[in-house]
Design a binder for this molecule. Structure first.
Ligand SMILES: Nc1ncnc2c1ncn2[C@@H]1O[C@H](COP(=O)(O)OP(=O)(O)O)[C@@H](O)[C@H]1O
Ligand SMILES: [Mg+2]
Length: 282
């Protein structure tokens, strides 16, 4: 890191105490800062406030689960964090700057949205290309990503030849292709059968610990929230506001997925989140 920025400091700024604590999580890679954020759709009689106002500071590396009843504004909030839309009110700051779609965050949706005529590896390759990874580095990166999501064996298969769970694994690999500090997931496992969903939850938990990125995961499931989140934010019914904001007491490492699901802490947290969702929807 060059020291030139220090020497450029102007005399007027020198009077500002440099050790002052930051007022919000913003500034560091992977941080999210929402201040007074609301989103409004439509005009006149059709005007709907979808979400907010919401104030939220997310620290780098947190696994935040946004949970709430259908229609409360979870996806809206995620789109604002992704930079797909701008808020009607308030500020969204990602890593201390503006959210840039495709650059500040990798995004996974409920439907995998892959290129069906390409192979599994071909879909990952394309994501690496879009992420600006040089051609000669792509094969190694592709293999690394496929290993991470457990798909090395199906590298050469077409998308339509693999299962829904595997397709969603490709979508996760694609979202990880760019070295963003943020991974955003909008009900990614909602369309999968229970057993497949559980396997993907287990593997996402492992991947998130390994990579240490900031995750924002949207779901309406208390089980999923309690299993994955280091922090869980429950939204009220529309317009979604924060009804509950809790840190998980469950350690991130040292517990297998089975041990986590069998632990009393998990049962207590799941019940607490479930009750909060019900209460917030009334
Ligand atoms: N583009 C849009 N135009 C109009 N209304 C919208 C739009 N997107 C979302 N909404 C409305 O905003 C509310 C919140 O939607 P959404 O964020 O999708 O909720 P959730 O993801 O929690 O189910 C809903 O009532 C929805 O109908
Ligand atoms: Mg949604």
């Amino acid at each position: 890191m060059s020291s030139s920025s220090k020497t450029k400091e102007t005399p007027t700024r020198a009077s500002v105490p440099t050790a002052a604590p930051a007022p919000f999580a913003g500034g560091r890679p992977g941080s999210i800062s929402l201040r007074g954020v609301s989103q409004i759709y439509g005009n006149g009689a059709d005007k709907v406030t979808a979400v907010g106002p919401v104030d939220l500071e997310v620290e780098p590396g947190e696994f935040l689960v946004l949970v709430g009843a259908s229609g409360c504004g979870k996806s809206t909030l995620l789109r604002l964090i992704a930079g797909f839309e701008q808020p009607a009110e308030g500020d969204v700051e990602i890593s201390g700057g503006t959210a840039i779609p495709g650059t500040t965050a990798g995004v996974v949706f409920q439907q995998p949205r892959l290129f069906p005529w390409r192979t599994v590896g071909g879909n990952v390759d394309l994501a690496l290309k879009y992420a600006g990874v040089p051609k000669d580095q792509r094969p190694a990166r592709r293999r690394e990503l496929l290993e991470r999501v457990g798909l090395v064996d199906v590298d050469k298969r077409r998308i339509w030849e693999i299962s829904g769970g595997q397709q969603q694994r490709v979508a996760i690999a694609r979202a990880l292709a760019a070295e963003t500090s943020l991974l955003l997931l909008d009900e990614p496992f909602a369309a999968l059968d229970a057993l497949t969903r559980e396997r993907l939850q287990n593997d996402l938990r492992t991947v998130s610990v390994e990579l240490g990125r900031t995750n924002v995961f949207v779901t309406h499931s208390a089980e999923e929230a309690a299993f994955l989140g280091t922090r869980i934010v429950v939204l009220t019914k529309r317009p979604g506001r924060i009804a509950l904001d809790i840190s998980s007491p469950i350690p991130r490492t040292g517990l297998s997925a089975e041990e986590l699901r069998d632990s009393p802490e998990y049962t207590v947290l799941r019940t607490q989140v479930h009750e909060a969702i019900k209460g917030a929807a009334e």
